[in-house]
Design a protein. Structure first.
Length: 520
């Protein structure tokens, strides 16, 4: 069927043209403006010779240009690739090469990083788009890039024409999520799947044109793009957007813009509470709060509840966003639950043989429905292991109670979440294995009061050598993003090994996994 996500911008420009779609850093942008500027971007991209199926990447902080390029890509059938702006050069290089990106838009803050990898990625010289941020020390556009503002100005504001129609099942975006093998995987999300995610979340939240949606998650996140921005714009709600998250500003925005729906991760709420601003603002406009994202201490839920904020936790992953959410009326009655499957998702528990398990029995959480990703970009084997006969295997362990509510008890995979970010130990272990002094290394996630979880590395050093924690941090610098650095390092003589030579991480988790640490 000829239809695409770009119609969200086009239809809203007809139904609610003069309503504020986004308030970016206190500057309102209407639905009409979003559509017209997205059209200009689309015409510009076509003028560069980009065709349906080409990939365009963005390394951007939250900004309107992110939104314009996203809808522009959707309208003409390009595949949008949002990159984590916290990544360093080698990580960005891998992802740009993996998806064979034809164009890259980047903020001035990342100019040096992008310049360092230009010779190693498949992007032509005329396809680097420079976007100026709001920072007081924003740099100028380098001579090897083109200013986004100048490049897009002057192009037509009408809807772009396409040679090849964009279909609902065509890829819309590639969202990278690191795999347990240590190599990032690009989850391919279609226009069709994204529409159903919109519908599912609109049903969860009861979103409408009177709502003001406050969420400061990075737009490169599935949570920021697919759980917050897309459904809010589709419903005609107003989204309050900031370039980055500031806890005091977040609290003030609740009152200033009379926010009705809020989405903030557990770590964000910790910072907001610590700021003290939440107790100084009027939050009577708020009707729904969505949150979680990592281990959420009951004490945090209690502190929020004292202030009239009742956080609904849910469950999802990049491969299938917002699969479940706990109904508001069940927050206290079903404490610890991630809720029930959404309207367009079926979820159940299976054992290792794939047999459906009865209530109370722990097993792997699996799901199916029109919100599940298409697969991993250029990774057929990994796709076949994750989606079996149309069923998504999440790799998470949980159980269902007699009333159909789900509980997550552990992760079958080694991934842990630190400050709302997925961290995969295999990726860090692979880097550390390249250190000449390190014989073996294993990393697990451990509880952390500040970040929810953080990494604990167990390092075996070659006999006859001494090593310090600082040496490890110095070695990791520039190779992986800093949020992936293990906050705790323990030097050991040996690691527990199975008969087949695999590290017994379960044994490490049993011994150290309940250690509550604070990041230095």
């Amino acid at each position: 069927m000829e239809w695409n996500i770009g119609y969200i911008a086009a239809k809203r420009a007809v139904f609610t043209p003069d309503k504020s779609a986004i308030i970016f850093e206190d500057r309102p942008i209407t639905f009409r403006q979003i559509n017209e500027r997205s059209n200009q971007a689309a015409h510009y991209l076509q003028g560069l010779g980009l065709k349906k199926g080409d990939r365009i990447a963005v390394d951007l902080l939250n900004c309107p240009e992110f939104v314009y390029l996203y809808f522009a890509a959707a309208k003409i059938g390009l595949i949008f690739v949002p990159l984590n702006f916290r990544l360093v050069g080698p990580e960005l290089e891998y992802q740009l090469n993996n998806c064979q990106a034809r164009l890259l838009a980047f903020h001035d803050a990342f100019t040096v990083t992008i310049d360092s990898i230009r010779g190693n990625v498949p992007i032509d010289e005329d396809k680097y788009l420079f976007v100026k941020s709001l920072g007081p020390h924003a740099s100028k556009c380098p001579d090897w890039a083109v200013s986004y503002e100048q490049a897009v100005a002057g192009w037509p504001k009408d809807e772009p024409e396409v040679d090849r129609p964009v279909e609902l099942n065509d890829p819309l975006a590639i969202i990278y999520t690191s795999g347990v093998t240590g190599q990032p995987k690009g989850a391919v999300v279609s226009h069709h799947q994204t529409f159903f995610k919109n519908f599912q979340i609109m049903l969860y939240n009861g979103l409408g044109t009177d709502d003001v949606y406050l969420a400061q998650l990075p737009l490169f996140h599935s949570g920021g793009l697919f759980i917050s921005l897309n459904p809010a714009l589709c419903a005609g709600a107003t989204t309050v957007m900031r370039q980055g998250f500031d806890p005091e500003r977040f609290a003030l925005d609740i009152e200033t813009y009379r926010a009705t729906v809020i989405f903030a991760l557990t770590t964000m709420w910790k910072f907001i509470l610590e700021s003290g601003k939440l107790d100084q603002v009027d939050i009577s406009s708020v009707r729904q709060v969505i949150g979680g994202g990592e281990r959420t201490p009951p004490l945090l839920l209690e502190e929020l509840a004292k202030r009239g904020i009742h956080m609904q936790q849910g469950f999802g992953q990049t491969e299938n966003s917002a699969m479940m959410m706990l109904p508001k009326e069940d927050i206290q009655r079903k404490e610890g639950s991630v809720g029930m499957p959404g309207f367009f998702t079926e979820i159940w528990i299976v054992d290792q043989e794939g047999r459906r398990q009865p209530p109370g029995k722990i097993g792997e959480v699996v799901a199916k429905g029109p919100t599940v990703m298409s697969g991993y970009w250029n990774m057929p084997d990994e796709t076949a292991q994750t989606i079996v006969n149309g069923v998504l295997h999440t790799g998470d362990l949980g159980y269902q109670d007699d009333e159909g509510y789900f509980y997550i008890v552990d992760r079958a995979k080694d991934m842990y979440r630190s400050g709302g970010e997925n961290v995969y130990p295999a990726e860090i272990e692979k880097v550390l294995a390249g250190h000449p002094k390190i014989v073996n290394v294993a990393i697990i996630g451990v509880p952390d009061e500040k970040w929810g979880e953080t990494g604990m590395a167990f390092v075996v050093v070659e006999k006859g050598n001494d090593m310090t924690e600082q040496e490890i941090y110095d070695f990791l610098e520039g190779k992986i993003a800093r949020y992936k650095f293990p906050r705790h390092i323990k030097f050991v003589d040996h690691l527990p090994i199975t008969a087949s030579g695999k590290i017994k991480k379960v044994e490490l988790k049993e011994k150290y996994g309940t250690t509550l640490g604070n990041a230095p």
